[in-house]
Design a binder for this molecule. Sequence first.
Ligand code: SF4
Ligand code: SF4
Length: 272
Amino acid sequence: MKEPKSFWAPVGTPFRDLLALAGGATVDQFGVFVSGVMMGTLTFDLDDVLTKTTGGLIVLPRDHYLITRRTRPRVEMNRIGKSACDQCSYCTEFCPRYLLGYEVQPHKVMRSLGFTVTGGNIWNQWAELCCACGLCTLYACPEDLYPKEACDQGKQDRRAAGLKFEQTRPVEVHPMKEYRRVPLSQLRRRLQIEEYEQATPFQEVECRPAAVRIKMLQHTGQPAVPVVGEGAKVKLGQVVGRVEDSKLGAHVHASIDGKVRKVTPECVEIVA
Ligand code: SF4
Ligand code: SF4
C-alpha cells in the first residue's frame, strides 16, 4: 500500500474503500489476505466487506509466493504431496498442537494422500485436532508441501463420514516444546514478507463509505435474520438482523445512518 495505516471503519465497508484510504496499492495486480497471511482467507474481490471479526487486510502482489501457494488447485497439492512427501515428520515436530500434547500428526495425515481407497479414515484421524495455523505448510515442511491442507481435507472427509474423534491418551506437553518456538523474524523471511514489514500506527481517518453491506453471519452459530425492509430508514446502532433467543448467534446492527437499499438472507445493504 502507498500509505499503510490503521483506522476505524464502519462494519460493512467495502475493501475497495479501505484500500483507497490507505493510498491504494503500489502494484496493479494484487490479492488481499483478510485477517492474516497464515490463518486468514485470500480474496481478489474488492467488493467484499469488513465484518466485526476482520483482523486486518494485507495486500500482496499477485505473483507473491504466498498467493501462488494459496491458489494452487487442491488436486495439484495432493498429487505433489503424494509423490514428494518423504515422511521426514518435520511438520509434526513443529506443530504447536502436537507440542501441546494433542493427537495431531500431519505427517501421518499426508499418508492418506497415497491411501485414498483403503487408509483415508485411519490416517485422517490425526488431523482432527489441527487448528489450521498453517505453520507446517508455510514453515516446517522442507519440501514446500501442503500438510495443513491435507489436514483440512482429512477433517472434512471425517465429518462427511460421520466419524468422531476420541482422544486415546492423556494430553501431555511435549518436553521439547519451549525449544521449538519459531522466531518471528525467521518466519517472516520464510513467508517472504520481510520487505513489507512496517509500523502502521492508528490514525484519525474519516471513513465514510457511500454504502455498507452488513453480513448476517459474522459470528459463530446461526445467521441473523434481517428485520428491516427495503426502503426503510435506519440509524447507526439499530438492529437490522436478529437471532432467535433460543439459538446461538448475535444480532447485527446498522453501522451508519441511511436507507436500506437491498435485503437478502445473507446481508442488508444500507446507503448513507
Ligand atoms: S514435513 Fe513435508 S515432507 Fe516431511 S513429512 Fe511433513 S509433509 Fe512430508
Ligand atoms: S496447520 Fe494443523 S497440523 Fe499444521 S502445524 Fe498447524 S495445527 Fe499443526
